[in-house]
Design a protein. Structure first.
Length: 288
C-alpha cells in the first residue's frame, strides 16, 4: 500500500477532500484519537470496502476530556498508528495539532441537549459538548460521504447521529459492531493501562451484559431489578468502582421500568484511573 498523505491543517485537509471529490471519489472517514487497536482497523476496513478513498483522523481532542489527568495519560502512538493505517489501506491521515484545530478566538460549541446528560454524560460534564464540536469540525473539513463509528461508544454514536441529522451534515453515520478480545473484553485504547488484575476482572463487564441479555431472553421485564442484579454481579466479581449500570431506551436513554422496544444495557466501571464502558442492544417485542 502507498504511504497515506498526512494532512496537518483544516485547509490542507479540505483541499485534499475537494480534489478527491472533483475526481469522482467517495470518501469514507474514521475519526479516532489514535492509539489504534483492532476495533479501529475493522472500521478502516469497512470504510475501505464501501468508498474509493479513506481518511482517518488522529487527534486527541482536549475539549472532550473532563479530567486533565486522563488527557495527559491518553496514549499517543502516532508512528505505530501511521504504520497500521498504511497497512489497512488509508489514503490520508488528518492529524492537526491543537493550534490548528482550535482557533484561540473560537467560541462556537455544538450541544445536543438532554441526550448528553444521561449515562456517561452524568459523570463527565462537558464531554459530549467536546465530542459534538470536534466531530462537527472534522466532518465539515473532511466532507465524507460516510463516517464510521463503533458501537462500543454507543451514546456517542447516537448523539452524533442526532447532530448529523439536525445540522444536515450531509454524511451517513455508519454504526459498526463492537470488536472484542478473545475473552469478551471490548477493545479500547484504555485497556493497555489496566493492571494485570484489573485486566482479568474487566472481562466481567461483557459477562454481566451477556447474562442480562439472556435474562431478558428468558422473560425478565423489570428494568430496575435487572440493573440491580447487574450491579450486584459486578460488585461480586470485580474490585472496580461502578459509575453506572443502566437499562434504558436505546434512542433517548430514558430509564425503562418495563423492558420492551429498543433496549440498551450499558455500564461504566472504573478500575483505578481507567474507566471502561460496554453495552449490548436488545430488541424486545412490545406486547399490547
Ligand atoms: O471515539 C473517539 O475516539 C472520539 O470521541 C472521537 C469520535 C474521535 C472524537 O474525538
Amino acid at each position: 500500500m502507498p504511504a497515506p498523505d498526512i494532512l496537518r491543517t483544516p485547509a490542507a485537509m479540505l483541499a485534499w477532500s475537494k480534489a478527491a471529490q472533483r475526481e469522482g471519489h467517495t470518501i469514507g472517514f474514521v475519526p479516532t484519537m489514535g492509539a489504534l487497536h483492532k476495533g479501529h482497523v475493522t472500521l478502516v476496513e469497512r470504510a475501505r470496502a464501501e468508498n474509493t478513498k479513506v481518511v482517518v483522523s488522529v487527534y486527541v481532542n482536549p475539549t472532550q476530556f473532563d479530567n486533565p489527568e486522563d488527557l495527559k495519560k491518553y496514549p499517543r502512538t502516532f508512528d505505530t498508528d501511521r504504520a497500521l493505517l498504511e497497512k489497512a489501506g488509508a489514503d490520508a491521515i488528518y492529524a492537526p495539532d491543537d493550534a490548528a484545530m482550535y482557533d484561540p478566538e473560537a467560541r462556537t460549541w455544538v450541544e445536543v441537549g438532554e441526550l448528553a446528560d444521561a449515562l456517561c454524560g452524568l459523570s463527565r460534564p462537558g464531554h459530549f459538548r467536546g465530542v459534538c464540536t470536534v466531530v462537527t469540525k472534522l466532518l465539515s473539513t473532511v466532507r465524507p460521504d460516510r463516517a464510521y463509528f463503533g458501537q462500543k461508544d454507543y451514546q456517542q454514536l447516537r448523539i452524533i447521529e442526532v447532530v448529523a441529522r439536525d445540522l444536515n451534515l450531509g454524511c451517513a453515520i455508519v454504526p459498526c459492531p463492537i470488536v472484542r478480545e478473545a475473552d469478551g473484553l471490548a477493545c479500547s485504547s484504555r485497556n493497555v493501562r489496566l493492571t494485570p488484575q484489573h485486566r482479568q476482572e474487566a472481562v466481567w463487564l461483557s459477562k454481566v451484559l451477556r447474562d442480562a441479555k439472556a435474562k431478558i431472553g428468558a422473560g425478565e421485564r423489570e428494568g430496575l431489578k435487572l440493573a440491580g442484579e447487574m450491579a450486584e454481579q459486578l460488585e461480586a466479581h470485580t474490585s472496580g468502582e461502578i459509575d453506572y449500570v443502566a437499562v434504558v431506551d436505546a434512542l433517548n436513554f430514558a430509564d425503562l421500568q418495563k423492558i420492551e422496544g429498543e433496549v440498551l444495557l450499558a455500564l461504566a466501571v472504573k478500575f483505578g484511573s481507567v474507566r471502561l464502558i460496554d453495552n449490548e442492544r436488545v430488541s424486545v417485542p412490545v406486547k399490547p
